[in-house]
Structure formats: C-alpha cells, structure tokens
Write a protein that binds this ligand. Structure first.
Ligand code: ADP
Ligand code: MG
Length: 274
C-alpha cells in the first residue's frame, strides 16, 4: 500500500496534478503480482518477487522507480515491457492491455546489447525492420534519432569503435526511433563512469523536453531520481513504500537540485525510507 507522504500534501507539482483523474495515462499497473517458478529436479522453487504493485505513469510524465537491490524493480519493468507475464494483475499502456512485447514500448537496459557486426545506423534500422516499420521510413528515422542523441557523425561506425556512453546513446536512439508511447529504462547509466553518467543524464533530460513521453526509469541512485523525475516511487520488498512528487520545476541541473530546500527535505525523507 502507498503511504501518503507529507510532501504529497505540502507541494503538489504540476506533474503530480497531471497524473490525476482525467489526464492521459501512459502506463497503468493494477494489483501486479509476480512469483517466479523454477524447477530443480522434482521440486518447484517459488520466489515471490512482487506482492502487490499499483502504479500509474501519466502520458508525459517521468517517474523514477527506486529501491534496494532485489526489491523487484526490474521485474516491474520487464512485465510492463511484456517480457514477463504477471502472476496476477493487469497492465495497460495507452489504454491497451499488455500481452507481450510491442513497439508502443521502447526498452533500454544497462547494456545497450548492440549487434557488433552492424554499423550504428544499421543497428537502428534493423530494429525498425523487426518492428515492421516500412523501408522508406527506416533511414529517415535512424538519421533523425541518431542526430537527436548526438551521434550523426558516427552513423557508419561499428559498436566496438564507440565508448560505453556512446553505445548507450545508440540504444536510446534505437528505442526512440520506434516512436513508442512509453520509454522503459532499467538503470541505463548504471555501468557508466560518473562524468559520462552525468552527461547522459543531462542529454536524456534534453531529449525528454523534446519528446515528452511517459518514462519509467529504474535506478538505485537517489540523486539520479531527483535530477530526472517528476515523481519518485520507492519500492521495498515487492511492493511500493512511497510515491512522492519532486517539488521543483524544469529545467534542472545538479546545482538547482542541490540548492533547493524542498528537494533537500525530500532527499532526507527518501534516505530514511531507503
Ligand atoms: P531489482 O531489479 O530491484 O534488483 P529484481 O526484479 O531483479 O530486483 O528481483 C526481485 C526478486 O526476484 C529477487 O529476489 C530476485 O532474486 C528474484 N528474481 C529475479 N529474476 C528471477 C528469475 N528469473 N527467477 C527467479 N527469481 C528471480
Ligand atoms: Mg534490477
């Protein structure tokens, strides 16, 4: 169950208001449960990963999902992606029930998993081909989204020629090129060094200002969640422990986040939860 936080009452952000009643909904998760089953010999081993998750992400809202390792963040993201089926509960994206993977959802994991034998550009166009995008649109989209992530000049390079941060940007371009309604990101910058990571965070904010999609962003960094998100949702052992709006407008940067007294108060509150 979600415990109402004092922050929710004290400073409702425009984003939190946008997520209410009649605002368009990006992702709706209702009563989600997940039990993993694994057979070892004659025994069935069950792991209850999610006990009960209710969560809504507005159509233009950026929500960070945060919590300790093993609390179920990736499981939530993968069920929304349609890569795992729920044991109970219903997930809808843009009002349609999720029954498997689909091009309405762009997914970015910690590793970009590019195909090493294809150029940057072909990595994007091939994903579009798999998604059934007509040939005439593929090249135009690849050009446009590689430009958006600042990699136009590298379109004919191979993944091995790129840094980790650049590979991750290709992964983001590939997800965006599907022109999905929602973006699902699982610790996408977790493997990057601190400087590259910050650069990528600012880059993602810039892109998101440009393409306001519903974003569900998994992280275990409190600073990252406060910098990026409209709302921070805290998970704890398979459920949601708190759900609080970030009480500061945009654009933001590391300094505004650091200096703002309301954000400082929220940080203290969230630290106590984690
Ligand atoms: P997080 O992303 O927050 O670290 P996960 O969603 O990966 O958490 O995992 C939640 C729980 O489910 C953990 O106890 C984990 O060990 C378990 N789990 C995850 N994937 C599997 C799987 N494929 N089979 C069995 N248990 C799993
Ligand atoms: Mg995880």
């Amino acid at each position: 169950m979600t415990t109402p936080s004092p922050h929710l009452a004290a400073s409702p952000s425009p984003a939190a208001e946008a997520a209410t009643a009649d605002a368009p909904v990006g992702i709706r998760i209702e009563g989600l449960q997940k039990v993993y089953e694994r057979t070892t010999g004659r025994e069935i081993v069950r792991t209850r990963a999610l006990t009960h998750v209710d969560l809504t992400v507005g159509a233009n809202e950026f929500v960070a999902l945060i919590g300790p390792s093993g609390c179920g963040k990736t499981t939530v993201l993968k069920t929304v992606a349609g890569l795992l089926s729920p044991s109970a509960g219903v997930i809808t994206v843009g009002g349609r029930q999720v029954k498997g993977p689909g091009t309405d959802r762009g997914v970015v994991f910690q590793q970009a998993a590019l195909l090493p034998w294809l150029t940057v550009e072909r990595n994007v166009t091939q994903a579009l081909e798999f998604a059934g995008i007509p040939r005439r649109d593929r090249q135009e989209r690849a050009d446009r989204y590689l430009e958006l992530v600042g990699l136009a000049a590298f379109h004919d390079h191979y993944p091995v020629e790129l840094s980790g941060g650049m590979q991750q940007r290709v992964g983001i371009a590939r997800a965006l090129a599907l022109e999905p309604d929602v973006l699902l990101m699982d610790e996408p910058f977790g493997a990057l060094d601190a400087i590259t990571r910050h650069h990528m965070q600012m880059e993602l904010l810039r892109i998101w200002e440009h393409e306001r999609k519903a974003v569900l962003f998994v992280t275990h960094s409190l600073d990252e969640s406060l910098l990026l998100a409209d709302r921070v949702v805290v998970m704890n052992k398979g459920g949601i422990a708190d759900d609080v709006p970030v009480p500061i407008g945009r654009p933001r940067d590391r300094q505004t986040i650091k200096d703002d007294p309301d954000v400082a108060a929220l940080r203290l509150h969230l630290e106590s939860m984690l």
